[in-house]
Design a binder for this molecule. Sequence first.
Ligand code: FES
Length: 164
Amino acid sequence: MAEGKDLTVMEDHVTKILSSYEGTRAELVPLLQQVQEECGYLPEEAMFRIAEFTGTPESEVYSVATFYAQFRLTPMGRKRVMVCRGTACHVRGAPQVQEAVERKLGIADGETTEDLEYTLDTVACIGACGLAPCMMINKDVHGRLTSKSVLKVFETNGGEQGEG
Ligand code: FES
């Protein structure tokens, strides 16, 4: 939830989170999880403080944060684009759709655009297999996509409206 929050607010959040832990190494993962929940990602400063607090080398905190797919080291964009890579979507052209989205946004899977507008992820089945291949932008589902029509989703409505 931290996009746009300034450093002081983030630091306050981290201080509050740390105050409910004892500072042991075993708390490393739960701490990272809670900071990410509060901030939306793991800011470098927060990882530094967690390292200090738990007596864990910074390099180890960083290794843990990069090992688990659940952790993000960069802020989320305002719009989260989730291209489905489930089987139904895959066989109907999801890889081409994914490629077109990556080209359009200039980012790869798991990345965020510099203007923090979009974060791109591939996800397992989003439950709209009948519309395969499909993707979601925030809560809106866009289906029966092609590498051309997916561009229209971004160009005509900025990816804000679903087609059901
Ligand atoms: S496989 Fe893509 S929505 Fe189910």
